[in-house]
Ligand binder design. Sequence first.
Ligand code: GMT
Length: 400
Amino acid sequence: MRPLRIGIACYPTYGGSGVLATELGLALAARGHEIHLFSYARPARLAGFVHGVEFHNVSVSSYPLFQYPPYDLALSSVMRQVMVDRELDVLHVHYAVPHAICAYVAREMIPDCRTRIVTTLHGTDATILGRDPSYREVIRFGLEKSDAVVSVSHWLEQQTREVFDYAGDIRVISNFVDQLRFRPRRDTDVRRDLGGDEYTLVVHMSNFRPLKRAPDTVEVFRHLDPSLRARLVLAGDGPDAQIVRDGACRAGLGERVRFLGEIENVESIMAASDVALFPSESESFGLAALEAMACGLPVVASRVGGLPEVVVDGESGFLTPVGDTRAMAAALTRLLRDPELRRRMGEAGMRRASERFSLPSILEQHEALYAELLGELPGQAAFRERAAPHDEDRPADAHP
Ligand code: GMT
Protein backbone atom coordinates (compact mmCIF):
# COMPACT_ATOMS: atom_id res chain seq x y z
CA MET A 1 0.00 0.00 0.00
CA ARG A 2 1.10 3.60 -0.44
CA PRO A 3 2.81 5.23 2.56
CA LEU A 4 0.18 6.90 4.72
CA ARG A 5 0.30 9.85 7.07
CA ILE A 6 -0.99 8.51 10.35
CA GLY A 7 -1.65 10.30 13.63
CA ILE A 8 -1.61 8.24 16.81
CA ALA A 9 -2.86 9.56 20.17
CA CYS A 10 -2.19 7.76 23.42
CA TYR A 11 -1.30 8.04 27.08
CA PRO A 12 2.46 8.23 27.52
CA THR A 13 2.73 6.29 30.76
CA TYR A 14 3.62 2.68 31.40
CA GLY A 15 0.03 1.46 30.76
CA GLY A 16 -0.46 -1.16 28.08
CA SER A 17 -2.44 1.08 25.72
CA GLY A 18 0.40 3.62 25.49
CA VAL A 19 2.94 0.84 24.99
CA LEU A 20 0.84 -0.75 22.27
CA ALA A 21 0.13 2.55 20.50
CA THR A 22 3.80 3.54 20.51
CA GLU A 23 4.98 0.14 19.32
CA LEU A 24 2.38 0.26 16.56
CA GLY A 25 3.62 3.71 15.52
CA LEU A 26 7.24 2.52 15.47
CA ALA A 27 6.35 -0.54 13.42
CA LEU A 28 4.27 1.47 10.94
CA ALA A 29 7.13 3.96 10.58
CA ALA A 30 9.50 1.09 9.87
CA ARG A 31 7.13 0.12 7.03
CA GLY A 32 7.50 3.59 5.52
CA HIS A 33 4.44 5.37 6.91
CA GLU A 34 4.76 8.87 8.35
CA ILE A 35 3.75 8.79 12.02
CA HIS A 36 2.62 11.66 14.24
CA LEU A 37 2.35 10.78 17.91
CA PHE A 38 0.24 12.94 20.23
CA SER A 39 0.54 12.88 24.00
CA TYR A 40 1.24 15.09 27.02
CA ALA A 41 4.71 13.59 27.47
CA ARG A 42 7.07 11.48 25.40
CA PRO A 43 5.73 7.91 25.50
CA ALA A 44 7.87 5.55 27.55
CA ARG A 45 8.69 3.36 24.56
CA LEU A 46 9.66 6.24 22.27
CA ALA A 47 13.25 6.68 23.34
CA GLY A 48 14.98 9.43 21.40
CA PHE A 49 14.62 10.30 17.76
CA VAL A 50 13.16 7.68 15.45
CA HIS A 51 13.12 8.10 11.69
CA GLY A 52 9.56 8.58 10.44
CA VAL A 53 8.07 9.37 13.85
CA GLU A 54 7.31 12.90 14.97
CA PHE A 55 6.21 13.47 18.55
CA HIS A 56 3.73 16.29 19.20
CA ASN A 57 3.79 17.32 22.82
CA VAL A 58 0.48 18.65 24.09
CA SER A 59 0.99 21.30 26.71
CA VAL A 60 -1.90 22.76 28.64
CA SER A 61 -1.62 26.38 29.69
CA SER A 62 -2.96 27.35 33.03
CA TYR A 63 -5.31 30.22 33.63
CA PRO A 64 -6.69 31.53 36.93
CA LEU A 65 -10.24 30.41 36.06
CA PHE A 66 -9.21 26.84 35.37
CA GLN A 67 -9.63 24.53 38.30
CA TYR A 68 -9.41 21.74 35.69
CA PRO A 69 -7.10 22.80 32.82
CA PRO A 70 -8.76 21.51 29.62
CA TYR A 71 -6.29 18.98 28.21
CA ASP A 72 -8.95 17.80 25.77
CA LEU A 73 -9.13 21.19 24.07
CA ALA A 74 -5.35 21.53 23.90
CA LEU A 75 -5.10 18.05 22.36
CA SER A 76 -7.85 18.81 19.84
CA SER A 77 -6.00 21.97 18.81
CA VAL A 78 -2.70 20.14 18.28
CA MET A 79 -4.49 17.39 16.36
CA ARG A 80 -6.25 19.94 14.16
CA GLN A 81 -2.98 21.72 13.40
CA VAL A 82 -1.19 18.53 12.38
CA MET A 83 -4.21 17.31 10.39
CA VAL A 84 -4.09 20.55 8.41
CA ASP A 85 -0.30 20.79 8.05
CA ARG A 86 0.32 17.14 7.20
CA GLU A 87 -3.06 16.18 5.69
CA LEU A 88 -3.31 13.05 7.82
CA ASP A 89 -4.95 10.08 6.14
CA VAL A 90 -5.80 8.41 9.42
CA LEU A 91 -5.96 9.52 13.03
CA HIS A 92 -5.81 6.41 15.21
CA VAL A 93 -6.57 7.07 18.86
CA HIS A 94 -5.84 4.60 21.64
CA TYR A 95 -8.08 4.62 24.71
CA ALA A 96 -11.36 6.35 23.93
CA VAL A 97 -11.28 8.88 26.76
CA PRO A 98 -10.74 11.65 25.84
CA HIS A 99 -8.95 10.82 22.59
CA ALA A 100 -11.92 9.74 20.45
CA ILE A 101 -13.82 12.92 21.22
CA CYS A 102 -10.73 15.11 20.68
CA ALA A 103 -10.19 13.54 17.27
CA TYR A 104 -13.80 14.22 16.33
CA VAL A 105 -13.63 17.85 17.50
CA ALA A 106 -10.35 18.37 15.62
CA ARG A 107 -11.84 17.03 12.41
CA GLU A 108 -15.00 19.07 12.74
CA MET A 109 -12.87 22.22 12.86
CA ILE A 110 -11.52 21.55 9.36
CA PRO A 111 -13.77 22.09 6.34
CA ASP A 112 -13.88 19.09 3.98
CA CYS A 113 -11.51 17.10 6.13
CA ARG A 114 -11.04 13.56 4.84
CA THR A 115 -9.01 12.14 7.73
CA ARG A 116 -10.43 8.80 8.91
CA ILE A 117 -10.72 8.34 12.67
CA VAL A 118 -9.99 4.95 14.21
CA THR A 119 -10.65 4.42 17.93
CA THR A 120 -9.11 1.44 19.70
CA LEU A 121 -10.75 0.55 22.99
CA HIS A 122 -8.27 -0.90 25.45
CA GLY A 123 -10.27 -1.78 28.54
CA THR A 124 -11.39 0.51 31.31
CA ASP A 125 -12.37 3.15 28.75
CA ALA A 126 -15.35 0.85 28.16
CA THR A 127 -15.64 -1.30 31.28
CA ILE A 128 -15.24 1.35 33.98
CA LEU A 129 -15.56 4.81 32.40
CA GLY A 130 -18.30 3.51 30.10
CA ARG A 131 -20.37 2.65 33.20
CA ASP A 132 -19.77 6.06 34.74
CA PRO A 133 -22.77 8.33 34.09
CA SER A 134 -20.38 11.30 33.80
CA TYR A 135 -18.77 9.79 30.71
CA ARG A 136 -21.00 7.10 29.21
CA GLU A 137 -22.85 9.17 26.62
CA VAL A 138 -19.85 11.19 25.50
CA ILE A 139 -17.78 8.01 24.99
CA ARG A 140 -20.64 6.45 23.05
CA PHE A 141 -20.77 9.57 20.88
CA GLY A 142 -17.01 9.30 20.28
CA LEU A 143 -17.43 5.68 19.13
CA GLU A 144 -20.31 6.56 16.83
CA LYS A 145 -18.34 9.37 15.23
CA SER A 146 -15.28 7.18 14.63
CA ASP A 147 -14.95 5.64 11.17
CA ALA A 148 -13.85 2.39 12.77
CA VAL A 149 -13.93 1.04 16.31
CA VAL A 150 -11.35 -1.57 17.27
CA SER A 151 -11.31 -3.75 20.37
CA VAL A 152 -8.23 -5.60 21.61
CA SER A 153 -10.18 -8.75 22.53
CA HIS A 154 -13.48 -10.51 21.87
CA TRP A 155 -14.31 -10.17 25.55
CA LEU A 156 -13.91 -6.38 25.34
CA GLU A 157 -16.03 -6.27 22.19
CA GLN A 158 -18.85 -7.99 24.10
CA GLN A 159 -18.43 -5.68 27.08
CA THR A 160 -18.54 -2.63 24.81
CA ARG A 161 -21.78 -3.81 23.22
CA GLU A 162 -23.36 -4.39 26.63
CA VAL A 163 -22.09 -1.28 28.38
CA PHE A 164 -23.00 1.18 25.61
CA ASP A 165 -25.80 -0.84 24.04
CA TYR A 166 -23.67 -0.40 20.93
CA ALA A 167 -24.72 -2.15 17.72
CA GLY A 168 -22.16 -0.65 15.30
CA ASP A 169 -19.21 -2.52 13.82
CA ILE A 170 -16.39 -3.39 16.18
CA ARG A 171 -13.32 -5.01 14.72
CA VAL A 172 -11.23 -7.17 17.01
CA ILE A 173 -7.54 -6.60 16.39
CA SER A 174 -5.48 -8.15 19.17
CA ASN A 175 -2.50 -6.61 20.79
CA PHE A 176 0.82 -7.85 19.48
CA VAL A 177 4.31 -8.53 20.70
CA ASP A 178 7.57 -7.77 18.98
CA GLN A 179 9.36 -11.09 19.16
CA LEU A 180 12.69 -9.64 18.17
CA ARG A 181 12.55 -7.72 21.39
CA PHE A 182 10.65 -10.10 23.68
CA ARG A 183 12.45 -13.42 23.26
CA PRO A 184 14.04 -15.97 25.54
CA ARG A 185 17.38 -14.85 27.00
CA ARG A 186 18.37 -17.16 29.81
CA ASP A 187 22.06 -16.88 30.42
CA THR A 188 22.36 -13.19 31.10
CA ASP A 189 23.95 -10.88 33.65
CA VAL A 190 20.47 -9.58 34.47
CA ARG A 191 19.40 -13.10 35.45
CA ARG A 192 22.49 -13.54 37.62
CA ASP A 193 21.90 -10.12 39.22
CA LEU A 194 18.34 -11.11 40.06
CA GLY A 195 19.62 -14.28 41.73
CA GLY A 196 18.63 -16.67 38.95
CA ASP A 197 21.50 -19.06 39.80
CA GLU A 198 20.07 -19.59 43.26
CA TYR A 199 16.34 -18.98 42.91
CA THR A 200 13.55 -19.72 40.45
CA LEU A 201 12.41 -16.24 39.43
CA VAL A 202 8.71 -15.36 39.42
CA VAL A 203 8.10 -11.99 37.81
CA HIS A 204 5.15 -9.64 38.23
CA MET A 205 5.18 -6.55 36.05
CA SER A 206 2.45 -3.91 36.24
CA ASN A 207 1.54 -0.34 37.07
CA PHE A 208 0.46 -1.44 40.56
CA ARG A 209 -3.03 -0.01 40.20
CA PRO A 210 -5.58 -1.66 42.53
CA LEU A 211 -7.12 -3.65 39.70
CA LYS A 212 -3.79 -5.42 39.14
CA ARG A 213 -4.16 -6.89 42.67
CA ALA A 214 -0.37 -6.72 43.09
CA PRO A 215 -0.66 -7.38 46.87
CA ASP A 216 -1.95 -10.86 45.93
CA THR A 217 1.54 -11.72 44.68
CA VAL A 218 2.80 -11.47 48.26
CA GLU A 219 -0.15 -13.56 49.50
CA VAL A 220 0.68 -16.20 46.88
CA PHE A 221 4.27 -16.27 48.11
CA ARG A 222 3.10 -16.60 51.72
CA HIS A 223 1.38 -19.84 50.71
CA LEU A 224 4.49 -21.24 48.97
CA ASP A 225 6.81 -23.67 50.64
CA PRO A 226 10.08 -21.71 51.20
CA SER A 227 12.06 -24.83 50.30
CA LEU A 228 10.97 -24.25 46.69
CA ARG A 229 13.58 -21.46 46.52
CA ALA A 230 11.43 -19.05 44.51
CA ARG A 231 12.05 -15.32 44.36
CA LEU A 232 9.35 -12.77 43.53
CA VAL A 233 10.64 -10.08 41.16
CA LEU A 234 8.38 -7.02 41.16
CA ALA A 235 8.83 -4.57 38.30
CA GLY A 236 6.90 -1.32 37.96
CA ASP A 237 5.43 1.22 40.31
CA GLY A 238 2.06 2.69 41.19
CA PRO A 239 -0.52 3.27 43.91
CA ASP A 240 -0.30 -0.20 45.52
CA ALA A 241 3.51 -0.46 45.51
CA GLN A 242 3.86 0.54 49.16
CA ILE A 243 1.11 -1.87 50.21
CA VAL A 244 3.06 -4.64 48.50
CA ARG A 245 6.30 -3.62 50.22
CA ASP A 246 4.61 -3.52 53.62
CA GLY A 247 2.93 -6.88 52.95
CA ALA A 248 6.24 -8.49 51.97
CA CYS A 249 7.86 -7.11 55.09
CA ARG A 250 5.03 -8.33 57.36
CA ALA A 251 5.16 -11.75 55.70
CA GLY A 252 8.91 -11.89 56.40
CA LEU A 253 9.68 -12.62 52.76
CA GLY A 254 13.08 -10.88 53.04
CA GLU A 255 15.44 -12.13 50.35
CA ARG A 256 12.58 -13.91 48.56
CA VAL A 257 11.34 -10.67 47.04
CA ARG A 258 13.10 -8.02 44.94
CA PHE A 259 11.54 -4.63 44.10
CA LEU A 260 12.87 -3.10 40.91
CA GLY A 261 10.54 -0.09 40.62
CA GLU A 262 9.89 1.43 37.22
CA ILE A 263 12.36 0.15 34.67
CA GLU A 264 13.18 0.74 31.03
CA ASN A 265 14.49 -2.66 29.96
CA VAL A 266 11.32 -4.61 30.69
CA GLU A 267 12.18 -7.24 28.11
CA SER A 268 15.46 -8.22 29.81
CA ILE A 269 13.73 -8.61 33.17
CA MET A 270 10.94 -10.66 31.65
CA ALA A 271 13.36 -12.83 29.67
CA ALA A 272 15.57 -13.40 32.71
CA SER A 273 12.68 -14.84 34.73
CA ASP A 274 11.18 -18.33 34.90
CA VAL A 275 7.45 -17.81 35.51
CA ALA A 276 5.12 -14.77 35.25
CA LEU A 277 2.37 -13.99 37.75
CA PHE A 278 -0.65 -11.75 37.03
CA PRO A 279 -3.40 -11.82 39.67
CA SER A 280 -5.45 -8.98 38.04
CA GLU A 281 -9.09 -8.51 38.88
CA SER A 282 -9.84 -7.21 35.38
CA GLU A 283 -7.84 -7.37 32.17
CA SER A 284 -9.25 -6.77 28.73
CA PHE A 285 -6.24 -8.45 27.16
CA GLY A 286 -3.13 -8.67 29.35
CA LEU A 287 -0.29 -7.37 27.21
CA ALA A 288 2.32 -8.17 29.88
CA ALA A 289 1.16 -11.81 29.87
CA LEU A 290 1.71 -11.94 26.12
CA GLU A 291 5.17 -10.39 26.47
CA ALA A 292 6.01 -13.03 29.09
CA MET A 293 4.82 -15.79 26.74
CA ALA A 294 7.00 -14.41 23.94
CA CYS A 295 9.96 -14.70 26.32
CA GLY A 296 9.15 -18.38 26.85
CA LEU A 297 7.64 -18.01 30.34
CA PRO A 298 4.64 -20.00 31.54
CA VAL A 299 2.01 -17.65 32.97
CA VAL A 300 -0.06 -17.97 36.13
CA ALA A 301 -2.93 -15.48 35.96
CA SER A 302 -6.53 -14.77 36.91
CA ARG A 303 -9.22 -16.31 34.75
CA VAL A 304 -10.74 -12.97 33.87
CA GLY A 305 -11.68 -10.72 30.93
CA GLY A 306 -9.60 -11.30 27.81
CA LEU A 307 -6.80 -13.20 29.57
CA PRO A 308 -8.16 -16.62 28.49
CA GLU A 309 -7.86 -15.42 24.87
CA VAL A 310 -4.14 -14.92 25.49
CA VAL A 311 -3.13 -17.65 27.95
CA VAL A 312 -4.52 -21.12 27.28
CA ASP A 313 -5.22 -22.74 30.65
CA GLY A 314 -3.21 -25.95 31.07
CA GLU A 315 -1.23 -25.32 27.89
CA SER A 316 0.70 -22.06 28.17
CA GLY A 317 0.08 -21.58 31.90
CA PHE A 318 -2.61 -21.83 34.55
CA LEU A 319 -5.65 -19.61 35.08
CA THR A 320 -7.24 -19.43 38.52
CA PRO A 321 -10.21 -17.53 40.01
CA VAL A 322 -9.63 -13.87 40.88
CA GLY A 323 -8.41 -13.44 44.46
CA ASP A 324 -7.90 -17.17 45.06
CA THR A 325 -4.28 -16.87 46.17
CA ARG A 326 -4.19 -20.48 47.38
CA ALA A 327 -5.16 -21.76 43.93
CA MET A 328 -2.54 -19.49 42.41
CA ALA A 329 0.08 -20.77 44.85
CA ALA A 330 -0.87 -24.36 43.97
CA ALA A 331 -0.50 -23.66 40.25
CA LEU A 332 2.82 -21.91 40.84
CA THR A 333 4.03 -24.80 43.00
CA ARG A 334 3.39 -27.24 40.14
CA LEU A 335 5.56 -25.11 37.88
CA LEU A 336 8.28 -24.52 40.47
CA ARG A 337 8.57 -28.26 41.16
CA ASP A 338 8.69 -29.27 37.52
CA PRO A 339 11.27 -27.63 35.20
CA GLU A 340 10.09 -29.84 32.33
CA LEU A 341 6.50 -28.56 32.71
CA ARG A 342 7.86 -24.99 32.74
CA ARG A 343 9.77 -25.66 29.56
CA ARG A 344 6.78 -27.28 27.81
CA MET A 345 4.35 -24.53 28.78
CA GLY A 346 6.90 -21.82 27.98
CA GLU A 347 7.35 -23.24 24.49
CA ALA A 348 3.59 -23.54 23.98
CA GLY A 349 3.23 -19.88 24.98
CA MET A 350 5.97 -18.82 22.62
CA ARG A 351 4.32 -20.72 19.78
CA ARG A 352 0.96 -19.14 20.55
CA ALA A 353 2.56 -15.68 20.67
CA SER A 354 4.01 -16.13 17.20
CA GLU A 355 0.99 -17.87 15.66
CA ARG A 356 -1.68 -15.50 17.02
CA PHE A 357 -0.07 -12.27 18.16
CA SER A 358 3.01 -11.60 16.05
CA LEU A 359 3.81 -8.04 15.06
CA PRO A 360 3.77 -8.63 11.27
CA SER A 361 0.31 -10.23 11.25
CA ILE A 362 -1.32 -7.64 13.54
CA LEU A 363 0.37 -4.83 11.63
CA GLU A 364 -1.12 -6.20 8.43
CA GLN A 365 -4.58 -6.12 10.01
CA HIS A 366 -4.11 -2.44 10.89
CA GLU A 367 -2.89 -1.59 7.41
CA ALA A 368 -5.82 -3.48 5.89
CA LEU A 369 -8.24 -1.53 8.06
CA TYR A 370 -6.68 1.81 7.09
CA ALA A 371 -6.77 0.82 3.41
CA GLU A 372 -10.44 -0.18 3.67
CA LEU A 373 -11.35 3.10 5.33
CA LEU A 374 -9.53 4.99 2.60
CA GLY A 375 -11.11 2.86 -0.10
CA GLU A 376 -7.72 1.74 -1.29
CA LEU A 377 -8.03 -2.02 -1.35
CA PRO A 378 -8.33 -3.24 -4.92
CA GLY A 379 -11.99 -3.43 -5.84
CA GLN A 380 -13.16 -2.09 -2.50
CA ALA A 381 -15.06 1.14 -2.06
CA ALA A 382 -14.46 3.49 0.83
CA PHE A 383 -16.58 2.72 3.86
CA ARG A 384 -17.62 6.27 4.02
CA GLU A 385 -17.23 9.22 1.70
CA ARG A 386 -16.38 12.30 3.70
CA ALA A 387 -17.31 14.78 1.02
CA ALA A 388 -18.68 17.32 3.45
CA PRO A 389 -17.64 18.13 6.99
CA HIS A 390 -21.18 17.76 8.39
CA ASP A 391 -22.45 14.62 6.73
CA GLU A 392 -25.37 13.79 8.98
CA ASP A 393 -27.22 12.30 6.02
CA ARG A 394 -24.91 9.36 5.45
CA PRO A 395 -26.76 6.20 4.40
CA ALA A 396 -28.04 3.95 7.14
CA ASP A 397 -25.96 1.01 5.90
CA ALA A 398 -22.68 2.95 5.97
CA HIS A 399 -19.97 1.95 8.39
CA PRO A 400 -20.30 3.86 11.68
O1 GMT B 1 -7.88 0.11 30.49
C1 GMT B 1 -6.96 0.35 31.28
O2 GMT B 1 -7.00 0.13 32.46
C2 GMT B 1 -5.75 1.00 30.75
C3 GMT B 1 -5.07 0.24 29.71
C4 GMT B 1 -3.67 0.71 29.69
O3 GMT B 1 -3.43 1.78 29.21
O4 GMT B 1 -2.83 -0.04 30.19
O5 GMT B 1 -5.02 -1.19 29.94
C5 GMT B 1 -5.70 -1.98 29.07
O6 GMT B 1 -5.02 -2.02 27.85
C6 GMT B 1 -3.95 -2.95 27.68
C7 GMT B 1 -3.46 -2.86 26.23
O7 GMT B 1 -4.48 -3.13 25.33
C8 GMT B 1 -4.45 -4.36 28.02
O8 GMT B 1 -3.40 -5.29 27.85
C9 GMT B 1 -4.93 -4.38 29.47
O9 GMT B 1 -5.45 -5.65 29.73
C10 GMT B 1 -6.00 -3.33 29.68
N1 GMT B 1 -6.27 -3.20 31.12
C11 GMT B 1 -7.46 -3.51 31.64
O10 GMT B 1 -8.39 -3.94 30.99
C12 GMT B 1 -7.61 -3.31 33.09
